[in-house]
Design a protein around this ligand. Sequence first.
Ligand SMILES: [Zn+2]
Length: 226
Amino acid sequence: MDKPLETIIVDSILDAIADQRLRAGTKLGEQALSDLFACNRAQVRRALATLTAYQVVDHLPNRGAYVATPTPQDARNIFQARRAIETVTCRNAVREATDDDITALRAHLAEEDAAKGRDNRPAAVRLSRGFHVLLGRIGRNPVLARYLEELTMRSSLIIGLYASGQATLCAEDEHAQIVEAIERRDEAEAQRLLDQHLRHIESGIAFDDNPPATGALSAVLGDWRG
Ligand SMILES: [Zn+2]
């Protein structure tokens, strides 16, 4: 196994949050996780500390770790931060994108389309997030890309908590329009489309919905061996 177990634990939990299998407020018991990943509790604690730094896990004194429950104000702050960062990463992408990058973006759009065609919502949510992370990488500013990783992860948590149905999945035609603007090297249009796209996602979040419950931790994370 090439990845350290702590990284596997972190990635499994992040994937489950992004896929909306692991919902806000779920307790992440140290013993349950160490049983599930066949490791010691010190490894679990280190993994949970990493997730706490990402702000997708809250650590409550004497109560343990829980999947974070962002408030509506947190959600607004996160989307405002995304608009600020992503209009810059998008402009960078227009300036930096190579032919290979455009090919990668096109391939990503095709994957998103296929996931929606199969009605595979977890994959569609993961790929929606992946599009924004990919744009961040193409912009070639690793500092901004790192913030974007965290913000899109927290957005997935918000979408998992408050959204139902297709309402807040990224519309792939909006992604496709952004890619076209990048291909034309039209900075202003790419930035305008991206800002509008993020506003569409945010406006689809219904804060009065009751968050759905998570299934048992073992059912959610039990397939980590792939
Ligand atoms: Zn999107």
